[in-house]
Write a protein that binds this ligand. Structure first.
Ligand SMILES: Nc1ncnc2c1ncn2[C@@H]1O[C@H](COP(=O)(O)OP(=O)(O)OP(=O)(O)O)[C@@H](O)[C@H]1O
Ligand SMILES: [Mg+2]
Length: 407
């Protein structure tokens, strides 16, 4: 009897795994686990199984489940990986000392490059080609997440073709706030009242708020990536559970910029059910991975439309989302039906996801639920009653081991 062997893809190189792990942030320490020295060992076996040994500062770290999930997700989405095993250990005294030194040095010398809090989940919404509904998905997903009582930032990275302000019904100029480090831009806010009295917030930044005459001239001269950098560094974002980034079409450059500035960014690829759209979307996912961004999943937009009589019409074909998901090895997170309410909501500045009910509302509520509980869960800091650094500091005893005893 013949043995059927599935064609094993080339297993990933250790360097690729370590690069992917740059995107796993210890939210308490505010840095990635590679640079913090928490990745003790990476083992890539020929069958595509990757074993990552992570050393925690404290064995019972409340964030261990989250770190494990993040490592699994990041490494698991690399091409050629068939399985991920995460071994958790505890740091020895020397490792802890090195980590402390690094964390202190970082805090002093290497002030955070961006204004995005380390506890914020960053999700970029991208696609291979324009017009598939990135912006519509971004604003509706943001609204659906905010309806869960969360604070959601929306960064409109479509510098020239911005549409987020109109879709969220926000207009005006961004106030600059002058602080010690120079003026900071303050995002425009919108409160979202969710179910069961939960109130969420949207914090929005877009070129549309800056495009006064003078600024327009100044910004026109900027490279796309410079503009993105401004939005990440010079905006007073404050606390956020999520930051959704509406990517411009044809996103190679800006994806690379994101990978450099915010390597923990995860990407969601939007596609339509048609095959042609799906091919270019695969290319977008590929570019993301070359920059070591994790592709968290696929959303199929403009899926089969159901008319008032219950008849279903697959106007833009069928199965594109599923095929793309299989091709790039990421889950299909959901489908958003083709519905005039999406376009009407966008024009009116009232995302349809905020309506009382309907198929689109249900689709976005389900997507938001899946993201918040499974794909990129909200970072829970309440389990940490003390700053981890303090705890480690205490566990280590006197601060200067070599210093003479007082008295
Ligand atoms: N599910 C949907 N049902 C009906 N219309 C939709 C749906 N999704 C998006 N649209 C409409 O399709 C058009 C394109 O959508 P959108 O602007 O969100 O796409 P985009 O990918 O951001 O485009 P661009 O590449 O130009 O930024 C808009 O008019 C929008 O209202
Ligand atoms: Mg758009």
């Amino acid at each position: 009897m013949a043995i059927i062997q599935t064609a094993a893809a080339t297993p990933p190189a250790e360097a690729a795994v370590r690069n992917a792990l740059l995107g796993v942030i210890d939210p308490e320490l505010g840095d990635n686990i590679v640079e913090l020295g928490m990745v003790r060992k990476v083992d890539c076996s020929p069958d595509g199984t990757v074993t990552v040994t992570v050393a925690l500062t404290i064995a019972g770290c409340p964030l261990r489940t989250q770190l494990r999930k993040d490592v699994e997700a990041r490494v698991g989405s690399l091409p050629g990986v068939t399985g991920v095993k995460v071994d958790m250990g505890e740091m020895g005294a020397d490792e802890k000392r090195a980590l402390m030194a690094r964390a202190r040095w970082k805090a002093r010398e290497d002030a955070p490059v961006t204004e995005i809090p380390s506890t914020t989940r960053v999700i970029a919404i991208a696609s291979g080609k324009g017009g598939v509904g990135k912006s519509s998905v971004t604003v509706n997903l943001a609204a659906a997440l905010a309806s869960r009582g969360l604070t959601v930032g929306v960064l409109d990275a479509d510098i020239w073709g911005f549409s987020v302000p109109r879709m969220l019904g926000l207009e005006g100029r961004i106030p600059g706030e002058s602080t010690g480090g120079g003026p900071k831009m303050v995002p425009l806010e919108r409160t979202i009242s969710g179910s069961e009295g939960r109130e969420g917030r949207l914090k929005v930044i877009s070129m549309g708020f800056l495009a006064g005459e003078d600024e327009a001239i100044m910004w026109r001269g900027l490279m796309l990536n410079r503009a993105l950098q401004h939005f990440l560094e010079d905006v007073r974002w404050g606390d956020m559970d999520y930051l959704l980034i509406d990517m411009p079409p044809g996103t190679g450059d800006i994806q690379m910029g994101l990978a450099r500035m915010l390597p923990r960014t995860e990407m969601i690829v939007v596609t339509t059910p048609a095959v042609a759209a799906q091919k270019v979307a695969a290319r977008a996912a590929d570019t993301a991975r070359k920059g070591y961004l994790r592709v968290a999943g696929v959303i199929e937009n403009m899926s089969a439309f159901t008319c008032a009589h219950g008849e279903t019409y697959a106007l833009f074909g069928e199965g594109g989302g599923e095929r793309l998901a299989a091709e790039i090895g990421a889950p299909l997170l959901g489908r958003v039906p083709l519905d005039m309410a999406v376009a009407a909501g966008g024009d009116a500045g009232e995302p349809v996801a905020l309506a009382a009910d309907g198929p689109v509302v249900a689709a976005f509520a389900e997507l938001a639920g899946r993201i918040a509980t499974d794909v990129a869960p909200v970072v829970e800091m309440s389990g940490c009653t003390v700053r981890m650094l303090d705890a480690v500091e205490q566990a280590l005893g006197p601060k200067e081991p070599g210093a003479p005893k007082p008295g």
